[in-house]
Design a protein around this ligand. Structure first.
Ligand SMILES: Nc1ncnc2c1ncn2[C@@H]1O[C@H](COP(=O)(O)OP(=O)(O)OP(=O)(O)O)[C@@H](O)[C@H]1O
Ligand SMILES: Nc1nc2c(ncn2[C@@H]2O[C@H](COP(=O)(O)O)[C@@H](O)[C@H]2O)c(=O)[nH]1
Length: 205
C-alpha cells in the first residue's frame, strides 16, 4: 500500500492556521487525519483534552522526548509543543494522509526526518494584520503578544525553507489554495510511481 502523505502546515502564531485548518476539514477535497499535538501549556477556555491538544505535564513531555516518542518538538513562549510519533507512523502506514499544524522549528525537524512531506507556510498579509489577529483573539497578555510578534519576524525569515507559501488574506481562499496544493502533490511522479511498481511486481512472470 502506498504510504499516506505527510502535510506540514506551519506559520507564525496567530496567522490563522487553526482557522484555515478548520475550513479545510469542514470542506475537504479528500480525507486527512489531523495529528493532535501534545503540549504543556494551560488549557484555554473551550479547549478539549485529546481534541485540541493532549495536555500533559512537563515531566510527562520530557519522558516522551527521552523515550523517542516525539516526531518533533519545540519550546515556544515557555511551553513545550510536540507531535507524538506513533499516531503519525501508524496513520501513514494505513495509506492515510496526516495533517500537522505546528510552528517553524518543529516543521524544520520534520523536514530533516521526512523530506518527502509537503511543507506549507501560511503567511499574514502583513505584520500589522498579524498583530491585530493575535490581539483580537484575546488569549494572550501584552508581554506574550510581544514575544509572539518577535518570534513571528524570525519565522517569516525561514519561509524559503518551505515548499509553498500561502497568504491568509481571506480564510476561504487560503483553504482552497492549501487544498489545491495537496491535491496536486498526490500526482507527483515519485508518489504515483509506487503504485505502478506494485502493479508491475504483481504481473511479473
Ligand atoms: N483570514 C483571516 N482574516 C481575518 N482574521 C482571521 C483570518 N484568519 C484567522 N483570523 C483570526 O485570527 C485569529 C488567530 O487565528 P488562529 O487562532 O486560527 O491562528 P493560529 O495561527 O492557529 O494561532 P496559534 O498558532 O497561536 O494557535 C483568530 O481570532 C481568527 O479568527
Ligand atoms: N513544534 C510544534 N509546534 C506546535 C505543535 N502544536 C502546536 N504548535 C504551535 O505552537 C504555537 C503556539 O500554539 P498555541 O496553541 O499556544 O497558540 C503555534 O504556532 C502552534 O502552531 C506541535 O506539535 N509542535
Amino acid at each position: 500500500m502506498t504510504r499516506g502523505l505527510l502535510i506540514v502546515f506551519s506559520g507564525p502564531s496567530g496567522v490563522g492556521k487553526g482557522t484555515v485548518r478548520k475550513e479545510i476539514f469542514d470542506t475537504p477535497s479528500h480525507s486527512f487525519e489531523y495529528s493532535v499535538s501534545a503540549t504543556t501549556r494551560a488549557k484555554r477556555e473551550g479547549e478539549v483534552d485529546g481534541v485540541d491538544y493532549h495536555f500533559i505535564s512537563r515531566e510527562e513531555f520530557e519522558k516522551m522526548i527521552e523515550n523517542g516518542e516525539m516526531l518533533e518538538y519545540a519550546e515556544y513562549v515557555g511551553n513545550y509543543y510536540g507531535t507524538p510519533l506513533k499516531y503519525v507512523n501508524e496513520t501513514l502506514d494505513k495509506g492515510k494522509d496526516v495533517f500537522l499544524e505546528i510552528e517553524v522549528k518543529g516543521a524544520l525537524q520534520v523536514k530533516e526526518k521526512a523530506p518527502d512531506g509537503v511543507f506549507i507556510f501560511l503567511t499574514p498579509p502583513d505584520l500589522a494584520e498579524l498583530r491585530k489577529r493575535i490581539t483580537g483573539r484575546g488569549t494572550d497578555s501584552p508581554e506574550v503578544i510581544e514575544q509572539r510578534m518577535q518570534t513571528a519576524r524570525e519565522e517569516i525569515e525561514m519561509m524559503s525553507l518551505y515548499d509553498y507559501a500561502v497568504v491568509n488574506d481571506e480564510v476561504h481562499h487560503a483553504a482552497e489554495r492549501v487544498k489545491n496544493i495537496i491535491k496536486s502533490e498526490h500526482f507527483r511522479v515519485n508518489r504515483v510511481i509506487g503504485k505502478y511498481k506494485e502493479m508491475l511486481e504483481e504481473f511479473s512472470v
